[in-house]
Structure formats: structure tokens, C-alpha cells
Design a protein around this ligand. Sequence first.
Ligand code: C2E
Ligand code: CA
Ligand code: CA
Length: 310
Amino acid sequence: APPHGEETGVLLSRADMALYAAKAAGKGQALVFAPEMEARVQERVRLEAELRLALDAKHGLFVFYQPIVDAETGDVTAREALVRWHHAQSGWISPAEFIPVSEQSGLIEQLGAFVLMTACREAAGWPHGERIAVNISAGQLGNGTLVPTVLAALISSGLSPDRLEIEVTETALVSAQGAAIDDLRRLRDIGVRIALDDFGTGYSSLSHLQIFPFDKIKIDASFVKNARPESVAVIRALADLGKRLGVTTVAEGVETQVQLDRIRAEGCQEVQGYLFGTPAPCEADRAIVTTLNQEKEQMESFSMQIPKLG
Ligand code: C2E
Ligand code: CA
Ligand code: CA
């Protein structure tokens, strides 16, 4: 004080923001309050309130679907459900931005249930029986809510459990621990498949493959993008490991034919990425999504026509 405030309450709250930022920056950090920290907190609070409204009104939230294909035949084996949020003023907001907000505010339960319900209902109508892959966060694991939510989604949609695949990251497993594994085990017992997402990043450990019998390993896109011999060796090793364990391996983020050829040569069974299709809305949402995108284009061209003052 006084540069960071003159009242006790303000100073304490700003000290708290610095503490929060220091914790987020990793272990053993010390940070002094900066005005950007307050702006970030306010932005997060605003986003949380708006996401809560969107969820309650079921407005502006969509599920997009991206194909996962057999690396040899090119057949679509599954589609991954990826949540999308269109905000009336800000336009499309990336899940990388609002998923962490929903996790920290506890909204992830409600958001996760929305995605599960929507995705299972959609997949139940697919004529070729492709699977649906749904992402879940650490916050949905180990609270006793995931299994009932999954069951409700399966029953109300009529989707067979073996057509549902739950994607969980290693990071989520590490933070949720024992009760999380129990949830996954119960899901697997009812026939739901479990995939280990973003493998090879974060708190990566081969021990995760020992503590749970995953049905699928998704190799992180960073190994696919990188053509260095080390990355190629990792892909080959994981593809081999998958074969020995009887686990399907999927390479994520495949964008070019060159990458596809390399991945095929290394022996991955399935591939996913822009080369085969970007995430897209279901048939029923297509018109509304097109309208939302057109509105954005009109706004942009309109704002370009306004001469800047001053
Ligand atoms: P993820 O589960 O690893 O999903 C794959 C991300 O890679 C998606 O980003 C997808 O659009 C993007 N992607 C796919 N193919 C390519 C490619 O060829 N090149 C590049 N550059 N990117 C590609 P998206 O949709 O923005 O989602 C980001 C992350 O947000 C997801 O990563 C997932 O962790 C999380 N997320 C998305 N939807 C949900 C959800 O419903 N629930 C939860 N808990 N998390 C979700
Ligand atoms: Ca995923
Ligand atoms: Ca992934």
C-alpha cells in the first residue's frame, strides 16, 4: 500500500489474486500483484456468469463432431464430440477458454451432462453404427455423478453402451486419483469404452496403462506435427505397445498426407485430424451455425466500412 490499494479489503483481495496467479504459475513462485491479474479475474467471473446463463437457457451451446478414421481403410469408426459456445457479443469462444472456467466454477458437471446427452442422442441416429467419443474432465470424476449421468444419457437415447467412448486425459487421472479409477471401472463394466487422451503430454506415465485397462490410446498431436526422429520413434513405440496390450492407437492432429503416410508406416490403427474432417455441427444445427457465422462476417465487413475517427 498505497499503490495496490488503501483499504484492507482491497489489499487482501489483491494479495489473494497474486497468490492465485503464483499458484497457477507452478510450484515455488512468488508474484507481486499487477492490474492485469484483476482484469483476468473479472473476465473469468464474467465468463462464468454468462456460461451459467447459457447452460440454464440451453442457448448458444452446440456439440460439433469430428471423424476418427481407420488408418488403412479410411472408414469412419467414431466421431469425437467437441463442445462449442457461441456468445451473443464475443462470437465463438474456444473450449480451451471456457472448459477451465467451467472446471473451476463447478459448472463442468452441468456442461458435461449436456454434452453427453446431446452426443448420445445424435449418435443413436447414425446409420452406420459409428461410436461417439465424449471428453470428460477431472471435475466429473470421483464425485459419484458420472456413472448415473452416463446411464441416463444411454437410456434416454437408446444408444448401446459399446458405442460410447469416454476420453479422459492423464492429467485428469492424476488429479482425481482412486475414486476416478472406480468410476471408469464401473463404466467399463457396463460396456462403455475408455480412451486415454493426449497421451505423451503432461504427467505422462506408462504406469497409467497398468492401473487401468484402456480400450484406446490417443497419441497427442504434438508427436504427429513434429517430424523429428524422436517424435517418430515415440509414435512407433506407442503403436507397438498398443498392439501388445490389445489397445487401439489413434494419432491425433493429422493434417497432411505426409503425416498420414508416416503414421501408417509406424503402425497406428486410427487417425483423426483436419485431413479427414474438421469438427462440424450435426445436420439439425447446420443452418443456425451458418447463420451465426454469416452474422459475424457481416459485422466484420460493417466495422471495416466505418472510418476511424481521430
Ligand atoms: P482434445 O480432446 O484433445 O480435442 C482435440 C482438439 O484438437 C479439438 O480442439 C479439435 O478441434 C482439434 N483438432 C482436431 N484435429 C486437428 C488438426 O488436424 N489440427 C489442429 N491444429 N487441431 C485439430 P477443440 O475443439 O478446440 O477442443 C480443445 C480441447 O477442449 C479438447 O482437446 C478437450 O480437451 C476440450 N474439450 C472440448 N470439448 C469438450 C467437452 O465436451 N468436455 C470436456 N471436458 N472437454 C472438452
Ligand atoms: Ca479428446
Ligand atoms: Ca486429444
